[in-house]
Design a binder for this molecule. Structure first.
Ligand code: GSH
Length: 373
């Protein structure tokens, strides 16, 4: 049933600082803040659902036939632009998973490389439909900055990387950074955490921030930074790909200085679209829990119960959310379940699930999805 909703859009005021970061003083006024919404009663007599109106992002993606996905493009193993222009990685595969679910084609993705500082403005302006870019779920981003967060796909935490030759080890502490030049990228939780933690500990560092992480690493390799800091996964990826012969980079402290739950992001107040992105992630986790893989999904479609429902059989729920019954079948067949996506992209740089928060709850981790029924 079509919902009718007349929405008077008063200018969407995007007062984003030049770097578009998420500091409290950067006010991003969202449609919801400046909109007078008249929800006309629709045919079923309710008030109409804000966010499920005609013209939401789901309808736009279906009409366009392409998903616009914002990624980093230079985050090792998460989203890396290859010389031929293709984008590989864990985050890139989640873009493909959503495209396969919504459009039946995992290749129907237009990737946009975004710096950390650009990313939320890109969501607000509609330049991307979804942002999957090592993005930490925080209170201010979820509220003031105008974002909505899908479930966490990677539980991370911030650490520091420095040279063993400078006296650092994997057991080093933040206090060992006294007097160091520490570098990171702008518009991140990273710069705030390191500032807060060093202030709390009374450790004197010089923090230099750059627009993108390639610049940060160039400065580190050139010796202009004693240490770099970001999400642990990013440091592991950079060490695996950029550590020069004869040098040993060490990552510390053993216990990260912050929580960085990373996952897909949509613009706030489009709950139908958020549901699609959310359940795309959940379906990939449920397939992992149930041993449904890219190789066996088609053969398991006739099963009774949760697996059958997810794969489009009797009792399927995909149609009710605006997708085709075989949405998740297409996604898992073309891209794989959570474990396949994780292992394919992250194992090669040394990131593994076992014993980490990213293990399934069945093995003591935090990767858990609500039931599909
Ligand atoms: N998770 C943090 C940090 C995100 C971030 O920028 N991470 C770095 C390291 S993984 C990155 O994506 N670098 C790649 C780039 O700058 O393109 C946040 O959401 O603010």
């Amino acid at each position: 049933m079509l919902k009718r909703l007349s929405v008077l859009l008063i200018a969407l005021a995007l007062v984003a600082a030049a770097c578009g970061d998420d500091d409290a003083e950067t006010t991003v006024t969202t449609a919801a803040d400046t909109t007078e919404t008249t929800a006309a009663p629709d045919d079923d007599g309710d008030d109409g659902d804000v966010g499920q109106a005609e013209g939401g992002i789901l309808a736009a993606v279906q009409a366009r036939g392409v998903l616009k996905c914002g990624v980093s493009g230079s985050a090792t193993a998460f989203s890396e632009q290859q010389p031929d222009g293709s984008v590989t990685g864990f985050d890139a595969d989640y873009c493909r998973y959503i495209a396969a679910a919504v459009l039946g084609d995992s290749t129907a993705v237009e990737f946009t490389a975004l710096t950390a500082a650009e990313r939320f403005t890109a969501v607000q302006t509609g330049a991307v439909d979804v942002l999957i870019r090592n993005t930490t779920w925080t209170q201010s981003r979820d509220t003031d900055v105008g974002m909505d967060f899908a479930p966490t796909t990677y539980y991370d935490g911030q650490q520091v990387m420095a040279r063993e030759g400078d006296g650092f080890t994997g057991a080093s502490a933040i206090t060992d950074l006294e007097g160091a030049v520490v570098c990171t990228n702008a518009g991140t939780t990273t710069e705030k955490n390191i500032t807060e933690v060093t202030n709390q500990l009374g450790v004197d560092i010089t923090l230099n921030t750059f627009e993108d992480y390639n610049q940060v690493m160039d400065q580190f390799i050139a010796g202009a930074c004693d240490a770099v800091t970001t999400d642990g996964s990013g440091l592991v990826g950079r060490k695996a790909t950029q550590q020069p012969e004869g040098e040993n980079w060490v990552i510390f402290p053993p216990s990260p200085i912050s929580k960085e739950p990373l996952g897909p992001v949509t613009g706030q107040n489009d709950s139908q679209w958020l549901d699609v992105v959310k359940w795309a992630v959940f379906s990939s986790i449920l397939f992992d829990e149930n041993g449904v893989t890219s190789a066996n999904a088609a053969g398991r479609a006739g099963e009774e119960g949760e697996v059958g429902r997810l794969l489009g059989g009797e009792g399927q729920l995909q149609e009710a959310m605006g997708l085709s019954p075989d949405a998740w079948l297409n996604a898992v067949s073309q891209v794989g379940n959570y474990d396949e996506i994780f292992s394919r992209n992250l194992n090669p740089v040394g990131l593994t699930r076992e014993g980490s928060f990213n293990a399934s709850y069945l093995f003591g981790g935090l990767i858990y999805a609500p039931p599909a029924r």
